[in-house]
Design a protein around this ligand. Structure first.
Ligand code: SF4
Length: 706
């Protein structure tokens, strides 16, 4: 048996794994005891990773050869790589010639490695010439990106996982690490057990497993997070807990926020949020007066039409209390996907450029244009995820190249998304798994290598870059994602009569290109090589030339990444959700993860044991709302966009008037009903363009019998 060190492909904790294999088949997996994210531990998903690579899965669930559909609705047939690449390049060139490069969209994924991101970013912007490249990370962390940039000057989580152990007070807001980031939750549990007097505050409309552990659970009404933060800050100011010296020395804009929250007494916030006023006073006291307070936050804040406002309101609280830039203190956004951070760093998104450059700045475009040898780089931001599919639905985008993601399940407002896929002249899907909902719409299916077969790097939530290593060859003719991009890019460049602009011949070469784009930037990694990662293990950026170790914490000198070095208080009012509940649709539907499943289940759904935790889709409802309806009763969940029928589960852990459906279940589990995204909607935060997957107004009624 051989062992190869790599990184878990599921969540943003980024645990190190040791793959056990015989060079042809993966036979087992164990936690890497040397990896600083997990020190040898794995959660249930990680422990079962090898079962996603069994011969049965490889044979029946993986895509082995390129496939082409002669016509929509027909079964796809095998085609050679050469022919597929040639035909795709020709069709993209034809669409480009007839409608312009903006008629082509590239939709990628936080599952990709940083090297893949770099390749697709160049393919879209430098080779095709379209600004429309975005990632499914738009759905999970773009509000955190904009929140950090607005408040602290750079998209850089300033904390480390070890801060969980160092903090005296932990504020977990809109996150359930017990299920979504299980290894961090284990660290949190251990920290509490080891530290008498430790305080844990959880803000969540659901009484989650994380909330069960809390000293104080603020079970707010869904969508009222900004009101709560304003109330907490009001309490801090009223009681004199604000850190006046820190505010004066290191921040700007406090007066405007002070004026904004003057009207947000804890009593008013309590009324709006549906919690006890005394609990707001208590939470404010613990957060402000504990020696070290850390906040952990995730989708509950990000997936919202007020996502950026929620992020900046929480960061305001840190700035006002000086709980930042010290061990155990700071605002710590947790990423959902394994390499959402790598996508941010490499700028493979419509609103970002490589090296944390800003699409709004001409000098940033010029630098990337020079770096890439592409003088005709499109100089504007492109369509973000929902916008891209809306543009396709309207006929503005004619071709979509989708990589390692399943928008026909995961995007909000499925009716619109599926209409967009149907209307496109060309849909290319690059995937590892053969049977996703999106595959049905693809004209070409390109088989991609996946975990255990690929080489590159990922960055986890604490800015730590880890190596991803191949243990076995990819099945059939599956290829690395970056290579698929490069080969078609070469044909497009050839068709345009120019030298290849995406010519890298290895993952490491692409990583070196990415590394160069960080030179002199806040995330500078020009001192880091794969040899260093090999010798010293995973490292946190920045890691500039001359450095001998990574950087565990940012802003420790009180100087932030803004032009004048001062962090900014952001004064934003509390706004209600994009859609309001009313007499016709009285329930606030929220969506979220199950502990043992991942995204659309194309990988985790291959492991029977992972269904033991929850084996079927359900809609949860508070018993007071369910009335006399028993568990298992089929109910119809209906929004302004669509409907689905699911069994009911009475759940006293939900706040009244709240409904909850796990995000994972797609067509294969709920019939032709498109999963929960049949009813969610695409209203997005105006700053981050992240859609409001955490709130939709729905009616829930007993389903009519056929
Ligand atoms: Fe994988 Fe996340 Fe579990 Fe770690 S916590 S083993 S990264 S799923």
């Amino acid at each position: 048996m051989q062992e190869t060190k790599s990184t878990c492909p599921y969540c943003g904790v980024g645990c190190g794994v040791v793959i056990q294999h015989d060079g042809r088949h993966i036979t087992g997996v164990r936690g890497d005891p040397d990896h600083p994210a997990n020190f040898g531990r794995l959660c249930t998903k990680g422990t079962n990773l090898h079962l996603t690579a069994t011969p049965v899965v490889l044979q029946h669930q993986r895509l082995h050869v390129p496939l082409k559909r002669a016509a929509r609705g027909e079964a796809p047939a095998a085609i050679s790589w050469d022919q597929a690449n040639r035909e795709i390049a020709d069709r993209l060139l034809a669409i480009r010639a007839q409608h312009g490069p903006e008629a082509i969209g590239v939709y990628i994924s936080g599952q990709l490695l940083t090297e893949d991101y770099t390749a697709f970013n160049k393919l879209a912007r430098a080779v095709i010439g379209t600004p429309h490249i975005d990632s499914n990370s738009r759905l999970c962390m773009s509000s955190a990106v904009v929140g950090y940039k607005q408040s602290l000057g750079a998209d850089a989580p300033p904390c480390s996982y070890e801060d969980i152990e160092l903090a005296d007070c932990l504020l977990v807001s809109g996150a359930n690490p017990a299920w979504a980031h299980p290894i961090l939750f284990r660290r949190l549990e251990a920290a509490r057990a080891a530290k008498p007097g430790h305080k844990l505050i959880v803000i969540d409309p659901r009484r989650t497993e994380t909330a069960e552990l809390a000293d104080l659970h603020l079970q707010i009404r869904a969508g009222t997070d900004v009101a709560l933060c304003h109330g907490l800050l009001n309490a801090v100011i009223q009681r004199g807990w604000a850190a006046g010296d820190f505010i004066a020395a290191h921040t700007e804009g406090f007066e405007a926020v002070q004026a904004l929250v003057r009207d947000w007494s804890p009593a008013r916030a309590a009324e709006v949020c549906g919690v006890a006023e005394a609990d707001i006073w208590q939470a404010a006291e613990w957060f402000a007066t504990s020696p070290r307070s850390l906040s952990l936050y995730c989708m509950g804040l990000n997936q919202s039409s007020a996502g950026t406002a929620k992020n900046t309101a929480l960061i305001n609280l840190h700035l006002a209390t000086g709980q930042i830039g010290r061990p155990g203190a700071g605002p710590f956004s947790l990423t959902g996907q394994p390499n959402a951070m790598g996508g941010r760093e490499s700028g493979g998104m419509a609103t970002l450029l490589p090296g944390h450059r800003d699409p709004a700045k001409a000098e940033d475009w010029a630098e990337i244009s020079t770096l890439w040898g592409a003088p005709d780089l499109p100089g504007q931001r492109g369509h973000t995820a929902v916008e891209m599919f809306e543009a396709a639905a309207h006929g503005e985008i004619k071709a979509l190249w989708i990589v390692c993601t399943n928008p026909a399940q995961s995007m909000p407002d499925q009716a619109m998304v599926r209409a967009a896929l149907e209307r496109c002249e060309l849909v290319v899907l690059q995937e590892s798994f053969a049977h996703t909902a999106t595959a049905r719409y693809a004209d070409y299916l390109l088989p991609a290598a996946t975990w255990g077969e690929k080489e590159g790097t990922v960055t986890n939530s604490e800015r730590r870059i880890s190596r991803v290593r191949p243990a076995v060859p990819a099945p059939g003719e599956a290829r690395a994602d970056w290579r698929i991009a490069r080969d078609i890019a070469a044909l497009i460049d050839g068709g345009l009569g120019r030298a290849p602009r995406l010519a890298a011949d290895s993952a490491e070469a692409l990583w070196l290109e990415h590394r160069e784009a960080t030179r002199g930037r806040d995330l500078d990694i020009t001192g880091l090589t794969w040899a260093v990662l090999e010798a010293d293990g995973p490292q946190q950026w920045p890691y500039a030339q001359g450095a001998t170790q990574g950087t565990p914490r940012l802003y420790t000198d009180g100087r932030f990444a803004t032009n004048n070095g001062r962090a900014r208080f952001i004064a934003r009012p509390y706004l209600p959700t994009a859609e309001a509940t009313d007499a016709n649709r009285p329930f606030a539907l929220t969506t979220g993860r199950l502990r043992d499943q991942w995204h659309g289940m194309s990988r985790s759904g291959a492991v029977p044991g992972l269904f033991a935790h929850e084996g079927r889709p359900l809609v949860r409802l508070h018993p007071a709302d369910a009335g006399t309806l028993a568990d298992g009763t089929l109910v119809r969940v209906r929004s302004a966009r669509g409907a689905l029928v699911l069994p009911l589960k009475r759940d006293p852990n939900l706040a009244p008037a709240t409904a909850d459906i796990a995000m994972h279940w797609g067509d294969e589990f709920v019939g032709a009903q498109q999963g929960v995204n049949a009813v969610t909607h695409g209203a997005a935060c105006p700053d981050s363009r992240q859609p409001e997957l955490k709130f939709a107004a729905v009616a829930i009624t007993p389903a009519e019998l056929p």
